[in-house]
Ligand binder design. Structure first.
Ligand SMILES: Nc1ncnc2c1ncn2[C@@H]1O[C@H](COP(=O)(O)OP(=O)(O)OP(=O)(O)O)[C@@H](O)[C@H]1O
Ligand SMILES: [Mg+2]
Length: 389
C-alpha cells in the first residue's frame, strides 16, 4: 500500500540438491552486502541420486531434513533447482509480434525446436532482436521439462518446506556469477514463477525468471563466458554473454571420474583419492596427478567442442573468451590451468562468498574459501529474493 516506504526483501531458503552433496543457505538481503545467515551441507551416499535421477527418495528427504536441522533453518519458502539436462536453450527466429502474442505462439514454434512433447515442457523466452528482416524477430527460447520441476517441488514439500521457486541449476549459477560481476543482486521473483500450492497444476512457469528480465542484446565486444560447474557426477556447461544464455548442457563427467582415476592409477583408497580431488597432494606423485587431471579433463574439453562449434556455426562467436570454474571440481589440481592452456583464455575459480558477509562461525576454520566455488548454485538461488512485503 505504502509504496514509498522502503520494503523489506524477503529471503528464500536455497536448497541445492546435487548428486553428491545437499547444500542449504539463506541470505539476509536487506544489508548493503547480503549476509549469509544460515548454511548447512551434507554428503549424499552415491546410491541416493544416480545420473541425476533420485533412486532413494526417502533417504534424500531425510538428508535434506538433517541438513536443515543442522543449519537451524527457519521454515521459510524455498528456492531450489533442477539439473541442466532438463533444459534446452535455443535461439530461434519467428514472425514479428507483440510479446504477449509471442507467449502463446511460442508453444507452436517450440514444437519444431525442442525434442520433447510440448505438453511436457514449460517455456520462457526473451526477444533478442525485434527485427531481423522479412518481418521476423529473434528470440532466445528456454524449455524445461515439467515433470522434473514438479518432482523437485514435491521433494521439497515432502521434506517439510514450501517450494516457492524451482529454477534451473545452470541459471542459478549464472545469477551468482552476474551478482559477482556487478556487486548487486537483481532478480526478483516474478509472480508467474511461483510454485502453486496445489499439486498437479501444469501451468507452472517457474524457471529462468531472468530470461524475462534480461537486458537488451549485448554489445559486439562483450565476452562469451563459459561457466563450467564441475559437480560430483556431471559438468554443466553454461555459456553466457552479457546476461544472455547462449547454450546450456550437462556433460556426463564429474569429480567422481577423476577420483576413480586417482584411486586406480595412484593405488589409493577412495578416501585418499577424494582428498587428492580436493587439492590435498600430500604424499602423492604430483606429476602423475597432473597427468590424470589433464587426461580426464580432456573429456571436458572434447565435450565442450560441440557447443563451441554451435556458436561458431551460428555466427555468434569465434570461441569463448573466459572460463569460470565452479563446483567441487574447481579444486581438482591443475584443472583450471589445463583449461586456460588449451583454450588460451583466462580461466578463474568462482568465489561468490567474496561478495557476501557472513559470521565466521558458520564455516569451519578456513573452510569458507574452500567451499565458495561449491556454493554458486546455492547463492544464485538465495539471491532470488522473495516477494517484498
Ligand atoms: N570441501 C568439499 N566438501 C565436499 N565435497 C568436496 C569438497 N571439495 C571438493 N569436493 C568434491 O566435490 C564433489 C561435490 O561437488 P559439488 O558439491 O559441486 O557436487 P554436486 O553439486 O553434489 O554434484 P552435481 O552438481 O554434479 O549434481 C564431491 O565429489 C567431493 O568429493
Ligand atoms: Mg551441483
Amino acid at each position: 500500500m505504502f509504496g514509498f516506504l522502503k520494503k523489506k526483501k524477503k529471503s528464500l531458503i536455497a536448497m541445492d540438491i546435487g548428486s553428491n552433496v545437499v547444500k542449504v543457505l539463506r541470505l539476509d538481503l536487506n544489508e548493503e552486502r547480503p549476509v549469509v545467515t544460515h548454511f548447512g551441507m551434507k554428503d549424499l551416499p552415491p546410491e541416493a541420486i544416480v545420473d541425476g535421477e533420485i533412486m532413494d527418495r526417502e533417504l534424500v528427504i531425510q538428508i535434506i531434513q538433517d541438513c536443515a536441522a543442522e543449519a537451524e533453518l527457519p521454515n521459510e519458502p524455498v528456492a531450489s533447482a533442477v539439473a541442466g539436462r532438463a533444459v534446452i536453450v535455443k535461439k530461434i527466429v519467428m514472425d514479428k509480434m507483440s510479446e504477449e502474442d509471442a507467449r502463446e505462439a511460442i508453444y507452436w514454434e517450440a514444437e519444431q525446436h525442442v525434442p520433447f512433447d510440448i505438453d511436457d515442457i514449460s517455456l520462457d523466452f526473451q526477444v533478442l532482436q525485434e527485427d531481423v528482416g522479412a518481418d521476423q524477430m529473434e528470440l532466445m527460447l528456454v524449455a524445461a521439462k515439467k515433470d522434473m520441476i514438479l518432482g523437485q517441488a514435491e521433494l521439497i514439500r515432502e521434506a517439510g518446506f514450501e517450494p516457492r521457486v524451482i529454477d534451473v541449476a545452470s541459471f542459478a549459477n549464472q545469477n551468482s556469477w552476474e551478482f559477482l560481476q556487478k556487486g548487486i543482486g537483481k532478480t526478483e521473483v516474478a509472480p508467474e514463477s511461483e510454485v502453486p500450492a496445489a499439486e498437479g497444476n501444469d501451468n507452472i512457469d517457474d524457471f529462468a525468471d531472468e530470461v524475462d528480465e534480461m537486458p537488451e542484446p549485448a554489445e559486439a565486444n562483450a565476452e562469451f563466458v563459459a561457466l563450467l560447474d564441475v559437480g560430483g557426477g556431471v559438468t554443466n556447461v553454461h555459456i553466457v554473454r552479457e546476461e544472455v544464455p547462449y547454450f546450456t548442457k550437462d556433460l556426463p563427467l564429474g569429480v567422481a571420474h577423476f577420483t576413480e582415476e586417482f584411486q586406480k592409477q595412484l593405488g589409493l583408497t577412495w578416501e585418499t583419492a577424494q582428498q587428492v580431488a580436493r587439492g590435498n597432494l600430500e604424499g602423492v606423485d604430483r606429476d602423475l596427478v597432473q597427468d590424470i587431471v589433464r587426461n580426464v579433463g580432456s573429456e571436458i574439453y572434447k565435450g565442450l567442442e560441440p557447443s563451441l562449434s554451435y556458436l561458431k556455426t551460428a555466427g555468434e562467436a569465434d570461441g569463448i573468451d573466459r572460463i569460470v570454474l565452479s563446483g567441487g571440481g574447481a579444486h581438482l589440481p591443475g584443472l583450471r590451468e589445463y583449461l586456460a592452456e588449451v583454450y588460451s583464455i583466462p580461466s578463474e575459480i568462482a568465489d561468490p562468498l567474496a561478495m557476501l558477509d557472513y559470521d565466521a562461525d558458520l564455516f569451519a576454520d578456513g573452510e569458507a574459501k574452500h567451499l565458495s566455488p561449491l556454493l554458486t548454485v546455492s547463492i544464485g538461488l538465495a539471491l532470488r529474493e522473495g516477494v517484498a512485503s
